[in-house]
Design a protein around this ligand. Structure first.
Ligand code: ZN
Length: 238
């Protein structure tokens, strides 16, 4: 089992680790580590990239996935033999992680702002890949252009407010309370990792976030499509 260190240490970009296993599948060669800083793609957020540096080799990590509970770090093949229990240094691409965290947090914020003011609109999907990011809601709005302008203005104000963004573990009772407002089921009687933007309700999340909303700095809604029972807000950050 790989210990996912980014959950407790989101601002750490370099770490020592050990290779516990290696192999290959349809995506390519991969390494499994005892602990990792790499975020595996999921929840709408892209994987981290970076390097795994061993005594005799440096592996470029181009993708990371959680496959049935095993975190696979996919590496470009450089024909250097890999030894289990090799001590390695992990270095993640900081710029990519920071940008992904901004996109991911902005997705939370759009969902929170829309849901707070429009209880009939529930966020049902998020996609936070740079330049194609959107949040999707499970119903339509009558005037998409006007709606987009309103949400753009409110989200921008929130970003300027410097509100804090925290991840925390909710106990089972508090989890049951937030579950009442979600359009999907949560596991019963379990604690849960949530993202909590100051001023809004916490939401379940395993992703990476900025520390305060002002870290998002530049934000703009690019497009709003509302049809066939759904509304999508496309956005960009820098
Ligand atoms: Zn999140």
């Amino acid at each position: 089992m790989t210990e996912l260190m980014y959950t407790e240490h989101p601002d750490l970009f370099k770490l020592s680790a050990q290779v516990t296993q290696h192999g290959s599948d349809a995506k390519g060669m991969y390494l499994v580590l005892n602990q990792s800083l790499f975020y595996p793609q999921g929840g709408g957020q892209p994987a981290d990239q970076g390097k795994i540096i061993a005594a005799n080799a440096c592996y470029e990590v181009f993708d990371v996935r959680n496959v049935d509970g095993e975190v696979r770090h996919y590496i470009t093949c450089n024909n250097t033999p890999i030894h289990p229990v090799d001590a390695v240094t992990i270095k993640i691409d900081k710029e990519r992680r920071v940008l992904n965290s901004k996109y991911h947090t902005a997705g939370h914020l759009i969902a929170a702002v829309v849901e707070k003011e429009n209880p009939e609109l529930k966020a049902i999907k998020g996609h936070q890949f740079p330049r194609e990011a959107y949040v999707e809601f499970g119903s339509t709005v009558s005037d998409a252009d006007n709606f987009m302008a309103q949400i753009n203005s409110r989200v921008s104000k929130c970003i300027a407010s410097k509100a804090t963004v925290r991840t925390e573990e909710l106990n089972a009772d508090d989890t049951a309370i937030i579950a009442q407002d979600l359009p999907y089921e949560l596991p019963k009687n379990k604690s849960l990792r949530v993202c909590h933007i100051e001023g809004f309700s916490p939401v379940p999340c395993g992703g990476t976030h900025v520390n305060t909303l002002e870290d998002i700095s530049s934000f703009a809604i690019k497009k709003c499509k509302s049809k066939k029972g759904k509304t999508r807000i496309y956005y960009e950050v820098e």
